[in-house]
Design a protein around this ligand. Structure first.
Ligand SMILES: NC(=O)c1ccc[n+]([C@@H]2O[C@H](COP(=O)([O-])OP(=O)(O)OC[C@H]3O[C@@H](n4cnc5c(N)ncnc54)[C@H](O)[C@@H]3O)[C@@H](O)[C@H]2O)c1
Length: 372
């Protein structure tokens, strides 16, 4: 049996762009982890990341440096189309891998990554997927509420994630500045693959029930510089019979996640306002671990259910190691203790099967069944 890893665990960042900067501090603040190398095609970004973490951290532009002998764990934060090549190289070099979502730009590439990860697992290498929403304690509360029957039977779930980043990106690309998010080949789609994988994963995980059928529409309304869709609306059916609606866009703004059951409803709006309404009674969960105090109070809004609660729920920063659900810390602990990663690569491949079916449905206008 493989032994727990020797400490300190030595990590390399492959890609030090937008998202990587949000959780670099985890690798600075855990005293049993060292970030030894920061790699980015843009040397200034690699240097900036290295400086934030420590003076001994190397900054380089060569991806092979992420697999140097003194690296145990490679954290891959590069554009989607690079995930397969970089993950396979890291696993072949005997490194543990934490990979950004989505697993890859295509289902075939994602399956190749999952196969390589399964083989590497036999050699004691841990690989996992980073899904930032699992950092949010509220998501874990929602799962506990589903399990405890607080919602009754789940009839419907809803997710809207819309931001206007696509409009600016489209203008930049038309002005001659290339960006991987505007490329169908490099991203694997448009806003849907980038934004919806979070909710596909969360909803199936909360209910322990996979998606079995989808119907969707997707189009590019206002972002001519982007090859993929800038808006997509999908309906999912889960094995347990629940339906979900996912509305994703890069051309307007708004955020909401809701769960509707026969006995209770939760609506989480704008990433901060939580409204709960149930005939089962109040719910008090790990929400109380938030740095911002949760203020539960009765509201006078009309409703048929007995108990209504409203609360401000602010998600912890992605670099906060004190958050009990910090996904980077949890992955590093899994490597340290030789346990499976909190989120498997294989589960991310399942998400991409749903994304693939959504794009098929949007293109042929028919419902698409997902093979079990
Ligand atoms: N909520 C989330 O979890 C979340 C949010 C944003 C992005 N992401 C994912 O993270 C990944 C990166 O997204 P981002 O927003 O940080 O993109 P980004 O464009 O801001 O950063 C990507 C970085 O990778 C670097 N890079 C490109 N090719 C490279 C190579 N061959 N070797 C080394 N570095 C290279 C770029 O120079 C850039 O600094 C994507 O897979 C994206 O889907 C996840």
């Amino acid at each position: 049996m493989t032994q727990p890893s020797k400490l300190p665990l030595r990590a390399a960042f492959l890609g030090c762009g937008g998202i990587a900067e949000h959780y670099l501090s985890v690798y600075r603040d855990l005293d049993w982890v060292e970030l030894v190398t920061c790699v980015d095609l843009d040397l200034d970004r690699a240097k900036r990341a290295a400086q934030l973490v420590g003076s001994a951290t190397r900054a380089t532009t060569d991806a092979r440096d992420a697999c140097a002998d003194d690296v145990d764990v490679v954290v891959i934060n590069t554009p989607n189309h690079l995930h397969k090549e970089q993950t396979l190289a890291a696993l072949a070099a005997g490194k543990h891998v934490l990979l950004q979502k989505p697993v890859a730009a295509t289902l075939a590439e994602a399956e190749a990554i999952a196969n390589a990860a399964a083989q590497a697992d036999q050699r004691g290498l841990i690989s996992g997927l980073y899904l930032s929403y699992f950092d949010q304690p509220l998501m874990h509360d929602f799962k506990a509420m589903v399990r405890s029957g607080w919602f009754g039977d789940i009839a419907h779930l809803y997710a809207r994630l819309m931001h206007r980043g696509g409009l600016a990106l489209s203008n930049q690309v038309q002005a001659g500045q290339a960006n991987w998010r505007a490329s169908l080949a490099q991203t694997g789609g448009g806003c849907f693959i980038q934004l919806a994988v979070h909710y596909i994963h969360l909803f199936a995980w909360m209910m322990d029930s996979p998606v079995v059928r989808v119907m969707a529409m997707a189009k590019n309304q206002f972002c001519p510089g982007i090859e993929g869709e800038d808006i997509a609306c999908a309906i999912l059916e889960f094995e347990n019979g629940a339906l979900a609606t996912l509305d994703m866009a890069w051309n307007t703004a708004g955020e909401q996640l809701s769960i509707h059951g026969t006995r209770g409803t939760a609506e989480y709006i704008g990433n901060q306002t939580l409204l709960l309404d149930s005939s089962v009674g109040e719910f008090h969960g790990v929400i109380n671990h938030f740095s911002m105090p949760s203020q539960l109070q009765g509201v006078a809004a009309p409703g048929t259910a007995a108990t209504q609660q409203s609360s401000k729920v602010i998600a912890p920063a992605l670099g906060d190691i004190a958050n009990p659900f910090n996904q980077h810390r949890m992955f590093l602990e899994a490597v340290r203790d030789n346990r499976p990663a909190p989120v498997s690569i294989a589960s991310g491949v399942t998400d991409l099967r749903v994304v693939d079916a959504v794009y098929q449905s949007a293109s042929n206008g028919c419902a698409v069944q997902i093979a079990g």
